[in-house]
Design a protein around this ligand. Structure first.
Ligand code: DHK
Length: 157
């Protein structure tokens, strides 16, 4: 952690999250990814943290972004979307990055179809925030910053 620069958090979003607002609004809401990013950016500014965003519909691109995040970020907020339920590759890349992560979902997958009840990253993240829509991203940022600051303080003790 670099105290002068502030903590750097990478937000990663998986497939179909680029069409939020237009996609099954009764399920995912009317908020767009740009709206969510705006709220996260404002929260990051007041926390003195730096945020970067990446969305892809392609598994390999998410894997590559996680690989390159190692040593360039302090933590990750990830919504792997449909890849949550299928991608060993994203799980492995998250482990490779060595970065503490929070898993976010707009909906609560536990209340949906059986196949959404499996998360291949749930046991390698610090925590999960589900079912509160786009607000979950801001909550994830605050939770991750708190986690990192606590870990940092512990490291100095
Ligand atoms: C988003 C998706 O695209 C789904 O495939 C997941 C997740 C749930 C969400 O709630 O953010 O099953």
């Amino acid at each position: 952690m670099n105290r002068k620069r502030g903590l750097r958090i990478l937000f990663l979003d998986g497939p179909n999250l680029n069409v939020l607002g237009d996609r099954e609004p009764s399920m995912y809401g009317r908020e767009t990814l740009a709206d969510i990013r705006g709220a996260v950016t404002a929260a990051a500014r007041s926390e003195g943290a730096t945020v970067a965003f990446f969305q892809s519909n392609h598994e390999g691109e998410i894997v590559e972004r996680l690989q390159s995040a190692k040593r360039r970020f302090d933590g990750v907020v990830i919504n792997p979307a449909a890849y949550t339920h299928t991608s060993v590759a994203i799980r492995d890349a998250l482990l490779y990055s060595g970065l503490p992560a929070i898993e976010v979902h707009l909906t609560n997958p536990a209340r949906r179809e059986e196949f959404r009840k499996v998360s291949l990253v749930e046991d390698v993240v610090v925590g999960r925030i589900c079912g509160v829509g786009g607000y979950g991203y801001t909550l994830a940022l605050l939770a991750l910053l708190r986690h990192l600051r606590r870990e940092g303080a512990r490291g100095q003790a």
